[in-house]
Design a protein around this ligand. Structure first.
Ligand code: LMR
Length: 390
């Protein structure tokens, strides 16, 4: 029997737990204050328009429908970005962020099979699995500093300085998974300088755009990596910011040195895609392009995205305050500094296991808490249990 997935396996264990007071803080899913993961109203409205207007289920292109790329490119880069006017960026609709990463993995393996992919320590567990499955070697660079609960920037740069030219590096665009710790803009600039000076291929995993500070604000740091004539790959996801989790909707974007090369890259991406899943499942992609391309729906969606972001930030403060009120040792304020869905709690694997066995509280084995699933009603039992196990 294969071992259970470190994230999805915990969510499956939660579902099997008969305790009516169980709490699920495992997989990265947004919950409202009533512990539901609602379908956004903008998505409902887009779906009703799609159902009414749809006349065929014929295949899209291998890369998805043109309206998807037309909507997603300015979403990632902003309308005025140079890569749009020079037409050196191309996008395909992929089945979720994981699907986009696998396309990138297969593409890198096909075009440059000896490439090592460098991931942060820690990183999202599926990164390692996906790139290994694509036949690539994976190595780690330092990222999280346990003492400060912040970025281990000096250590990270020291390792980046020695990454061989031609290797690839995964950088989380924002809302780092699992730590919630992102580089500052100045640090992004230094990372970008080094990555390009050393001729390392940047792969930006941009799964949480809009969940940090805002859609454009979250892109400022990672877009430092997009420099004239330099290449980059970007894996996007609409699972979180459109709450389209089970519709498997993501994007794979390649930035090439010029338009001609971008066309060649897209031709290669299409070969890769065709051999894995032929063309993407259409529904989620049509929802995203319908919303992004319609000013009213887009406004409604942006307001819903802000509501989700505001709720998570409110829960960060509530969690930190309740931990302090319950006498949990240490300064909990770092929780309010972290961005996105997750907080790296520092709980040990033994403490995580006790939370599960004794209190039916499910968090990931590395101590990652999904703050987006903390609610005013579960925060007190959660903090009581944490106080009891540490
Ligand atoms: C997570 O990290 O929990 C989410 O991205 C869900 C997943 O696919 O692992």
């Amino acid at each position: 029997m294969a071992p259970a997935d470190p994230i999805m396996g915990v969510a499956a264990d939660f579902n099997r737990d008969p305790n009516p007071n169980k709490i699920n803080l495992s997989s990265g899913i947004f919950k409202d204050e009533n512990d539901n993961t609602p379908i956004l109203q903008s998505v409902k409205e887009a779906e009703s328009r799609i159902l009414q207007n749809e006349t065929t289920k014929a295949y899209s292109g291998i890369e998805g429908f043109p309206a998807f790329a037309e909507a997603v490119l300015p979403f990632i880069f902003g309308k005025e970005h140079e890569v749009l006017s020079s037409q050196r960026a191309v996008t395909a609709h992929a089945p979720g962020g994981s699907g986009a990463l696998r396309v990138v993995g297969d593409f890198v393996h096909k075009t440059s099979p000896g490439t090592t992919v460098w991931v942060s320590d820690p990183t999202w567990s599926n990164h390692i699995q996906i790139f290994n499955a694509a036949g690539l070697k994976v190595e780690k660079y330092p990222y999280f500093d346990v003492q400060s609960n912040g970025l281990a920037f000096e250590k990270m740069m020291a390792v980046l300085k020695n990454i061989p030219a031609g290797d690839a590096i995964i950088l989380h665009g924002c809302c780092h998974n699992p730590t919630g710790v992102d580089p500052s803009l100045e640090q992004w600039k230094q990372i970008a300088d080094l990555v390009h000076a050393r001729d390392i291929l940047p792969i930006i995993d941009f799964a949480y755009q809009g969940f940090g500070t805002g859609i454009r604000e979250d892109a400022i740091g990672p877009l430092e990596l997009i420099r004239p004539e330099k290449e980059a790959l970007i894996c996007g996801s609409f699972s979180k910011n459109f709450a389209l989790y089970n519709e498997r909707t993501g994007s794979v974007t390649a930035v090439a040195r010029d338009q001609q090369t971008a066309d060649v890259v897209m031709s290669q991406l299409k070969v890769v895609i065709r051999s894995i899943y032929s063309c993407p499942p259409a529904h989620g992609g049509i929802i995203v392009s319908t919303i992004l391309n319609d000013p009213d729906l887009r406004k409604q969606w942006e307001a819903e995205l802000k509501q989700m972001r505001d709720r998570i930030n409110a829960m960060r403060h509530l969690l930190a305050e309740t931990m302090t009120a319950k006498g949990i040792p240490g300064d909990s304020s770092f929780i309010t500094q972290q961005k996105g869905m997750f907080s790296f709690s520092g709980l040990t694997p033994t403490q995580v296991q006790r939370l599960r066995d004794e209190y039916s509280i499910y968090i990931i084995g590395n101590g990652r808490i999904n703050v987006a699933a903390v609610t005013p009603s579960n925060v007190i039992p959660l903090c009581d249990a944490i106080a009891a196990v540490i």
